[in-house]
Design a protein around this ligand. Structure first.
Ligand code: NAD
Ligand code: 0WE
Length: 264
């Protein structure tokens, strides 16, 4: 039995077929969910339209989360196809490139701070706020976060603060929407090679570090993230809300003793 039959889920954050949102869409589709998609810029329109065909969907709408008017318009348009739906995937993050390098204190700027927080954290509740009246009373909302929210991570810099805000946002949204039956959770995943990580200094080393140090001794895939998303959208997780679920092969729970031995 498919886990998500009769569920309608909106997927944001697809840039290409390596996007985490794409992996999630594959899993949701496999489990019978009906999907709709958003794209960020006109440049991505055709690509997302083409990818959406893999999921038998013809609902592809623009949404730049930096504009409230754009978020509002998204739901005016979606309402023409779906009067209610069962949740959305938030897979959106942005910090100006110059913020993701160098020493945190030297690099951070007020503008970089503001932009990264508004795009990467506010947008999660911004979207929820705009579609609240369209969500069914067992809806589920899922966002994507990273361990840099908890640990000061070289070069992740202000994005770490934005993810910490996103994780707190997840708890506050869960608490506010819980009484209506809506659940809100985050998946904290290990590094994945995507458009958002391609330009990042030392990203290859980071993948290698997770491969060597995580309990499962390999990197995780977008399919594995997608499968956890299926669980969070399904009624199997009906008792879980406000939670940060790690899909990182256990990296966050391990302290690497081998490194200590090597350095002795
Ligand atoms: P990606 O580049 O494929 O996706 C990021 C998406 O954000 C893109 O589709 C982009 O169009 C969208 N976006 C950026 N600014 C936007 C705006 N103003 N309005 C609307 N959309 C906007 O990369 P990804 O790695 O799949 O990232 C998805 C999520 O996963 C992000 O939240 C990221 O922080 C998180 N994440 C990624 C990794 C990783 O290693 N790749 C690890 C943990 C968490
Ligand atoms: O959340 C992310 C990356 C998000 C991201 C990526 C970019 C690159 C292009 C946000 N903004 C931008 N802005 C751009 O101009 N990840 C979890 C992946 C990631 O990014 C890192 C990492 C990891 C892991 C940056 C430094 C160190 C580690």
């Amino acid at each position: 039995m498919a886990l998500l039959s009769n569920k309608r889920i909106l997927v944001t954050g697809i840039a290409n077929n390596r996007s985490i949102a794409y992996g999630i869409a594959q899993s949701l589709h496999r489990e019978g969910a009906e999907l709709a998609f958003t794209y960020h810029t006109d440049k991505l329109k055709l690509r997302v339209q083409n990818l959406s065909k893999n999921f038998d969907s013809d609902i592809v709408l623009p949404c730049d989360v930096s504009e409230d008017s754009c978020i509002d318009k998204l739901f005016v348009e979606l309402n023409k196809k779906w009067s209610t739906f069962d949740g959305f995937v938030h897979a959106i993050a942005f910090a100006p490139t110059d913020q993701l390098t160098g020493d945190y204190v030297d690099t951070v700027t007020r503008e970089g701070f503001t932009l990264s927080h508004t795009i990467s954290s506010y947008s999660f509740v911004g979207i929820a706020k705009a579609c609240r009246n369209m969500l069914t009373n067992s809806a589920s909302l899922v966002t994507l976060t990273y361990l840099g929210a908890m640990r000061a991570t070289p070069y992740y810099n202000v994005m770490g603060l934005a993810k910490a805000s996103l994780e707190a946002n997840t708890r506050y949204m869960a608490n506010a929407m819980g009484p209506k039956g809506i659940r809100v959770n985050a998946i904290s995943c290990g590094p994945v090679r995507t458009l958002a990580s391609s330009g990042i200094k030392n990203f290859k080393k980071m993948l290698l570090c997770y491969q060597r140090q995580s309990p499962i001794r390999r990197n995780i895939s977008i399919e594995e993230i997608g499968n956890v998303a299926v669980f969070l959208f399904s009624d199997l997780s009906s008792g879980i809300t406000g939670e940060i679920i790690y899909v990182d092969g256990g990296f966050n729970i391990a302290s690497n003793i081998d490194d200590v031995e090597q350095s002795m």
